[in-house]
Design a binder for this molecule. Structure first.
Ligand code: HEM
Length: 449
């Protein structure tokens, strides 16, 4: 395996961490550390916890690809998450590989094309529902983008077995359980038998998740309804690491993992897209012009997605600046070096697409929103690892093709039919993803032509 190029380490001692936190809050701290390190490996010195922040594309190639065998999921975030998502698709090792195989087949771009008609129909229905609600008064953008995403997820994940209302309830419980795990993520050394805040709501939420999903899984198994192309059918048909079928708990945990991975990130990315377009009316007008030309006043269809080229570039640029997976943690199994910096076994490394996407060396004037950064020649000229909103390597996102189709169809359908107004001037805040601080309002009025 080729060694990554040597660069210096930027050590950030505790007193500076505290100072930066006080000035800019958690996101300000992360941004400032990234800015000062300028691609060097940065070591945050938080007492006994000394994670390395890795942002340079050469280093990312090493950690996520060439040297990936040594950098596995196992950091605090993954250990805590495992209580909710089990040892399948969100884990590591043989259980992960078996589930990944099943899910990757279920979400491949071939499959997404095949089920494109269902996705496009769900998008249209979701947009019309949204427009009905958002016509008279502003609606909460995050809540409504979540609902829209659930409408599209329902047939793809569940073969429409649970319905949109139930999908929304499941989403709320999953979010509650995830929020309740934040304490455990922040204090990984506390053993599981020691009670912590969040434990009760975690148990309540997981009980409700099981009460929703397990009967649906049992019914699907009883009816032998495994011929479907949805992910639940795929998981019921598939086999685990031991070659036998996945048990109901694992199927349920994989579904929850897919929900965790795909629902909030998609809904928040769409929310940021509206916020960004409102700040850039000329870009919004260009996306609309493309939608008018491609959809020609008709309903969205799957084949439109690849023709909406500028819209795809807008989405790519939104995901550069608002990378919902802002931190992707790994743990070193053995002693190693990254960029000349010693990495003792057990060290947590945090890959941060959010910071990589702001490196001046690869993204001149990085905070400027410019979809033309994704013109073909510009993409070809750039370091291939300078852009990774969906991660890279063995764990790269399996929902990429699905989100690519869903997101451009949502934008084109909305803008071809409605004028969009966004209230609030949202800024992101650091959480598991990057939700907006405060409420973002969305109003849709039918276009006058
Ligand atoms: C804007 C939307 C999304 C973003 C930004 C995103 C981002 C990511 C990233 C960065 C990873 C890599 C994590 C790692 O290396 O540990 C990942 C993995 C994953 N994503 Fe996504 N994702 C999105 C949408 C989706 C959707 C819609 C689905 C489901 C259909 C999904 C399912 C997954 C799964 C299952 C994994 C784990 C893959 C594995 O470990 O093998 N994602 N995603």
């Amino acid at each position: 395996m080729p060694a990554p190029p040597v660069r210096r380490v930027e050590a950030v001692p505790l007193h500076r961490v505290v100072g930066l936190l006080a000035r800019g809050g958690p996101l300000g701290l992360v941004e400032e550390v990234g800015r000062r390190a300028r691609g060097a490996v940065a070591r945050l010195e938080l007492g006994p916890f000394r994670p390395l922040l890795v942002t340079h594309p050469d280093h990312l190639r090493y950690v996520l690809r060439d040297g990936a065998e040594n950098y596995v999921r196992g950091a605090a975030m993954w250990d805590a998450l495992g209580r909710l998502t089990g040892r399948g698709i969100a884990g590591e090792g043989p259980g992960w590989l078996a589930s990944r195989d099943i899910v990757r087949r279920g979400m491949s771009s071939g499959y997404v094309q095949q089920s494109g008609a269902g996705i496009a129909a769900a998008v249209e229905q979701g947009v019309e529902e949204l427009a009905g609600l958002a016509r008279r008064q502003p609606v909460d953008a995050v809540a409504q983008m979540t609902r829209l995403v659930h409408r599209v997820i329902d047939p793809v994940f569940f073969g429409s077995r649970i319905g949109v209302e139930e999908c929304d309830r499941l989403g709320t419980e999953v979010a509650t359980a995830l929020g309740a795990l934040l304490w455990r993520m922040a204090m990984p050394s506390v053993p599981h038998w020691v009670p912590m805040p969040g434990d009760r709501s975690f148990l309540r939420a997981t009980r409700r998740i099981n009460a929703t999903l397990l009967p649906v899984i049992e019914a699907a198994r009883r009816e032998d309804a495994t011929g479907g192309t949805d992910l639940m059918s795929g998981l019921l048909r598939g086999s685990g690491a031991d070659g036998g079928p996945l048990d109901d708990t694992q199927v349920s945990q994989d579904i929850v993992a897919l929900f965790v991975a795909g629902s909030e990130s998609s809904a928040l990315t769409l929310t940021w897209t509206w916020a960004v377009l409102a700040r850039h009316p000329a870009v919004m007008a260009a996306v609309r012009a493309e939608a008018d030309q491609v959809l020609a006043g008709g309903p969205p269809r799957p084949e439109h997605a690849r023709k909406l080229v500028f819209t795809q570039q807008v989405m790519a640029e939104v995901m550069r600046l608002y990378s919902m997976a802002w931190a992707v943690p790994r743990v070193a199994r053995k002693d190693d070096h990254v960029g000349g910096v010693p990495v003792p076994a057990g060290t947590t490394l945090v890959v941060s697409p959010y910071l990589t996407h702001r490196l001046e060396e690869f993204w001149p004037d990085p905070l400027r929103f410019d979809p033309h950064r994704f013109d073909r020649p510009a993409v070809r000229a750039r370091h291939p690892m300078a852009y990774l909103p969906f991660g890279d390597g063995a764990h790269q996102c399996v929902g990429q093709a699905f989100f690519a189709m869903e997101s451009v169809l949502v934008l084109a359908t909305v803008l071809s039919r409605y004028d969009v107004r966004v209230s609030g001037d949202p800024r992101p805040r650091l959480a598991v993803a990057l939700p907006p601080r405060g409420r973002v309002g969305l109003t849709l009025t039918p276009r006058t032509r």
